[in-house]
Write a protein that binds this ligand. Structure first.
Ligand SMILES: [Zn+2]
Length: 1137
């Protein structure tokens, strides 16, 4: 007979009189929230986290010195200052002496908890940064500095450098608050109860499983049941009583943790990092720390953030052998190398041992919409060379998780920079369409491809939660061919990186996956490259992956092509100046007086590094605080000053005693009637232009005598420059084929600019007619007008970043007023006019020249607009618009090394999204036989909207910089009508001429030209047989040595690209004056890849030119390295040349 005492029985009982309800899941779920923190924190598991804590002055001696103003003294300087005693609640910059109580000596962990409310860094007394601190109570809080054995036993002195800024600057994305201060909340020695800490982590992982695995699966519900059971054990064992001794508490915690093994598996704790053993993997964890090189803080603060973040990561690596961390940006490594050498050595050691991974191969994570093609090449050339020189590593993975859209030129640039993989996630921020792929081949405009992973986790600052790991699979859009994804975790933007808790959580999640199939298998311990290699292998070398062709347009942050107009201008002007310096300096190093000139690579490199720095993805886009722009403007001013000097020195090396001629400044150089104006053309192709010069100075008579047209005031002169068969052009009189330009006012009060091929009419302040005279064709549609226009510009949260689609719904066309005819031919006609908008004034000249836009037979002339703007508008965007009677479904916009078509219609949501688009020097709307191009010289924002083409000029957002775009601006643009397609009309070439000025020089004696026939009669490098192939860059080879007694090779690098989008076979002609002994095709990194056959052809001068035959596909970039026989160079040998 059964006895009736069921609990004494083994096996399934026969009788059961207990109530035993099925639990109410939602209530139990709520109960789990009471086990840590919150209302019950004095009796729940939180109460057991710390064993001991003290801030007794006997144990913690705190002294402080505050650096004056915004200075950032170096460590050695700072510790020499006089420190005064301090205490909690005060402000900072302390030195600390700790005396750990003797009784605590054997504790598992002793840490110093320091919470200044802001960011800080702990330094050893010898000047080694060892740990970053993030104070405050946000998710990125990190206030514990673990004391090592030495620090426990004796008196331990160290320093803390506190910076009065938070992780996200001083006031989030609002302008900085100068009156913000921070208080010292904690400076305590703490002995944590590590078992209780671990239990809390167990418990939190269980809760995450229950919260985030929402499918009705056993694991999820069972995790809740186990977590609840842990609470029961805790409460039954007296955990909430507050009466347990240390031993008893430990025992109870251990009992609770045992319950957790139901989910984590038996023995998982002893496995430690070996929990990851086993081949199968789905989600690859990699620690990361996105440090914006400037954003809500200036560059100088970023330098500290790098040291703080990376020292913390080195510490984490030492405690977790499986831990891997990846960091991009050569610039950040270089700062560390220069400013924190001991820490740099520690990082270097971790790179060598394989836990710290470099990535990206780039100078920094730049914007990739706006930098020129050559600047992007330099981003990778300088980046890869830095990583290679310091660590012997080249990256194969491009890393741009946070840039605002990706040009279709990038795949080719990456392949040519030694990379084949690409990581991002930013397109998950699209505000209209969802990007359809996670893992795919990205095919650029030339056909080059890279393997892309856009993490399905949709972030580069994952917190390594169950939800993050799960999203790696549930968010993956290409599970049909691959089940691999990258989990990039760690606090970021302001730095910081992963916390210990994240690394611990991943171990737990993996332990669960080792027991249950309902959670993806996460792995730590590999490189990003190993992840990509696995994907490559799994997808039949990418052949099973879908392709995405062309640009990856970002459907967000469209204001960043326009915000901070002066920064955009600084970028474009600097890129062009550097081009010109390299071109002329290369020639000077070949043809200058022997021994008198050295190619100034050591001065050019720092200027490039400056330009690359300002291309950071929150600087050039205009989305940083005002302080960042103060720095950026200073940097551009330095580039302009030092660059102009370098250019002048190079020109002087070729034309001794020559002097620059300015369009604006009076010419004061002593001159004689024998003097002559010459023009240096850095584009290597013939051009003919009207150039404005100032003829007012005391030495200007000789200039005046060579001008074809002098303004009424007598201050301005216009010269006709013709550079047809050399780098150096001369000033000419009128040509027979010129079409004299004129301006007049009609009896109706309209103003007209015209020459014999085109005419523009202004009526009531708007452009009412653009007329092609030869074709008798009106280009402005009936009833529409062009001119300046502004729109209310009130986007959502991201003020500086976004111009939103609805801005187009409230247009304000404005009229040109106060017209005056300021020039009236024969070679330049010009109207002066003014526009007023609110408190802003726009003074503008509109010009038409007698010269056509190019030397092509049927070329028309461009209408040029030069604006000087005093801008005081806020939340308004200024544009130029022109409606055109040209019908095409697409308009084209120049990008790096090519162009991209965007729709003029709005058929689909993908078309609607492209209401504002990035472009470089030109945008073009063409139909069969005819088109109109817009040319710019410092603008990047455009739109094609039905019949309207627009350029965006200025905005006035107030966050994060309250003063964005306020003040003076100058910029120019042109309207260029043309016969035929953009290729027929050579729009890429015309836009280059609009951007690259001829450099006018005065030479005192034209006989000095005769010694320079290599430049006056010949172009050293030119292209034949392929009108679409452009010589973009000419420079000296990166590996040439330029010290005074070098014996190495003399090499020249020529970078060309096909600009029209079609196959071509180009002949690169190198003048006989440049004795080429060897030539090869290289990549961007200047590795010699394919030798080229040298063939010779009769020269226009003496000897034989070298001809290199180069096949191109559309938009292909080809880099050629020429080795020069320096002994055969004929140069002036004496100072008299
Ligand atoms: Zn960023």
């Amino acid at each position: 007979m059964p006895c009736g005492h069921a609990h004494h029985q083994k096996g399934y009982a026969e009788l059961n009189f207990a109530a035993q309800p099925k639990w109410i899941k939602s209530i139990t779920s709520g109960r789990l929230d009471q086990f840590s923190g919150g209302y019950f924190s004095s009796i729940n598991l939180s109460s057991a986290q710390v064993k001991h804590r003290t801030d007794d002055p006997k144990n913690v001696k705190l002294e402080v010195w505050s650096a004056p103003g915004r200075t950032k003294p170096e460590f050695a300087e700072a510790i020499k200052q006089e420190f005064r005693p301090a205490k909690k609640g005060e402000s900072f910059g302390p030195s600390l002496t700790l005396n750990v109580p003797k009784a605590w000596a054997n504790e598992e962990r002793i840490q110093f908890e320091f919470d200044p409310g802001c960011e800080a860094m702990i330094w050893t007394k010898d000047g080694l940064p060892v740990q970053g601190i993030t104070g405050g109570n946000d998710g990125d809080r990190r206030v514990d500095y673990i004391l090592d054995a030495k620090a426990r036993s004796s008196e331990h002195l160290f320093y803390i450098e506190s910076s009065c800024n938070g992780m996200f600057g001083i006031n989030g994305i609002n302008p900085p608050d100068d009156n913000r201060s921070y208080g010292l909340a904690s400076a305590d020695i703490v002995v944590p109860n590590m078992s209780a800490v671990a239990l809390l982590r167990d418990f939190q992982t269980l809760k995450e499983i229950r919260t985030h695995i929402t499918a009705e699966v056993h694991l999820s519900h069972h995790a809740q049941w186990v977590a609840n059971e842990i609470m029961n054990v805790w409460q039954k064992g007296g955990g909430a009583s507050g009466l347990l001794g240390n031993e008893e508490l430990l025992k109870l915690v251990e009992e609770c943790r045992k319950v957790g093994e139901e989910i984590f598996g038996q023995g998982w704790r002893e496995q430690k990092e070996k929990v990851y053993e086993g081949k199968e993997v789905q989600v690859w964890g990699i620690g990361h720390c996105h440090i914006d090189t400037a954003w809500l803080w200036p560059y100088s603060v970023t330098q500290q953030k790098v040291a703080r973040s990376w020292s913390t990561q080195v510490d984490l690596m030492e405690r977790y052998p499986e831990y891997r961390f990846v960091a991009s940006s050569a610039q950040q490594y270089k700062w560390l190398e220069e400013l924190y050498p001991p820490l740099f050595e520690k990082v270097k050691a971790k790179i060598k041992s394989g836990q710290f991974h470099t990535i990206g191969g780039q100078w920094l994570e730049s914007d990739v919409n706006m930098p020129s093609g050559e600047a992007l090449c330099r981003q990778f050339l300088y980046g890869q060379r830095y990583f290679e020189s310091r660590f012997g590593i080249r990256s194969v993975t491009s890393w741009l998780p946070d840039s605002f859209g990706y040009t279709g030129s990038l795949p080719q640039i990456l392949r040519l920079s030694g990379m084949k993989y690409f990581f991002t996630q930013k397109l998950s921020w699209n505000n209209i369409n969802r990007f359809p792929h996670s893992t795919f081949n990205w095919v650029g405009i030339d056909g080059s491809q890279v393997l892309v992973h856009m993490t399905p986790v949709d972030t580069y600052t994952a917190q390594a939660t169950v939800e993050d790991v799960r999203k790696g699979i549930t968010g993956h859009k290409n599970l049909e061919v691959t089940n691999q994804s990258l989990l990039v975790f760690g606090n970021g933007d302001g730095g910081g990186g992963p916390l210990e808790a994240m690394v611990e959580n991943l171990r737990r999640i993996r332990a669960v996956a080792n027991k249950y199939r309902e959670i993806p298998i996460v792995k730590m311990g590999n490189t990003v490259e190993e992840f990509f290699e696995t994907v490559e292998a799994q997808t039949n070398e990418g052949k099973n992956l879908p392709n995405w062709h062309g640009e990856m347009y970002f459907e967000f942050h469209r204001g960043t092509y326009t915000s901070h107009g002066s920064i955009k201008r600084g970028n474009r002007k600097s890129e062009i100046l550097l081009h010109d310096i390299e071109y002329v300096a290369t020639l000077a190093s070949l043809f200058g007086t022997k021994g008198a000139y050295t190619y100034p690579k050591d001065k050019i490199d720092p200027l490039w590094e400056d330009v690359l720095l300002n291309q950071f993805h929150d600087v050039l886009p205009g989305s940083a605080i005002g302080m960042v722009y103060d720095d950026a403007e200073r940097i551009y001013a330095k580039v302009a000053k030092n660059g102009s000097q370098l250019l002048d020195e190079a020109v002087q090396a070729l034309f001794k005693s020559s002097a620059p001629i300015s369009p604006t400044a009076p010419f004061t150089h002593a001159s004689t009637s024998k003097g002559k104006i010459i023009a240096i053309n850095t584009l290597g192709k013939p051009r003919r232009e009207v150039v404005e010069i100032n003829v007012s100075g005391k030495g200007a008579d000789v200039l005046k005598s060579q001008a074809v047209q002098i303004s009424k005031s007598g201050e301005k002169g216009y010269v006709l420059v013709d550079v047809t068969d050399g780098v150096v052009g001369e000033v000419k009189g009128m040509f027979a084929d010129l079409t004299p330009a004129s301006a007049h006012k009609t009896p109706e009060g309209d103003y007209v600019l015209q020459n014999s091929n085109v005419k523009m009419t202004f009526s009531k302040g708007r452009i009412v007619s653009l007329y092609d005279i030869a074709l008798k064709r009106e280009l402005i549609p009936e009833g529409l007008t062009g001119g300046l226009i502004y729109f209310n510009d009130q986007p959502g949260y991201w003020d500086a970043w976004d111009v939103e689609v609805h801005h187009l719904e409230a247009p304000h066309p404005v009229a040109f007023e106060e017209f005056a005819i300021t020039e009236n031919g024969p070679i330049r006609a010009q109207l002066q006019t003014r526009v007023k908008i609110g408190k802003s004034t726009i003074d503008m000249s509109i010009s038409l020249d007698a010269t056509p836009g190019s030397l092509k037979a049927d070329a028309r002339s461009a209408f040029r607009f030069d604006a000087r703007v005093d801008w005081h508008q806020r939340h308004e965007i200024l544009k130029f618009e022109i409606p055109l009677d040209i019908h095409s479904p697409n308009a084209n916009f120049e990008m790096q090394f090519g162009y991209v078509g965007r729709p003029t219609h709005r058929n689909t949501t993908w078309d609607i999204a492209k209401f504002e688009v990035p472009g470089h020097k030109w945008a073009d709307l063409s139909e069969f036989g005819y088109g109109v191009a817009l040319l710019t010289e410092s603008k990047y924002g455009y739109s094609a909207d039905g019949q309207y083409m627009r350029i965006s000029f200025l905005r006035g957002s107030t966050s994060p910089d309250a003063e964005q775009d306020q003040g003076e601006h100058t910029f120019s643009w042109a309207v260029y009508p043309h016969v035929g397609s953009l290729g027929d009309a050579d729009i890429p070439g015309v836009a280059r001429e609009f951007n690259y000025p001829l450099h006018l020089r005065y030479i005192p004696d034209s006989s000095s030209l005769s010694s320079m026939t290599a430049l006056t009669r010949e172009v050293p490098f030119s292209v034949e047989g392929a009108p679409g192939v452009i010589i973009d860059t000419v420079k000296r080879g990166e590996d040439d040595k330029f010290d005074s007694h070098h014996t190495g090779a003399t090499t020249i690098v020529v970078r060309l690209y096909e600009a029209y989008g079609g196959h071509a076979t180009a002949k690169l002609r190198i003048s006989s004056r440049v004795p080429v002994s060897k030539a090869s095709i290289t990549n961007i990194l200047e590795d010699e890849l394919t030798p080229l056959e040298l063939s010779r052809a009769p020269s226009a001068g003496q000897g034989e030119d070298t001809i290199l035959e180069l096949p191109f596909r559309g938009f292909q970039i080809v880099t050629v390295k020429l080795t020069i026989d320096a002994g055969l160079l004929s140069r002036p040998s004496s100072e008299s040349g």
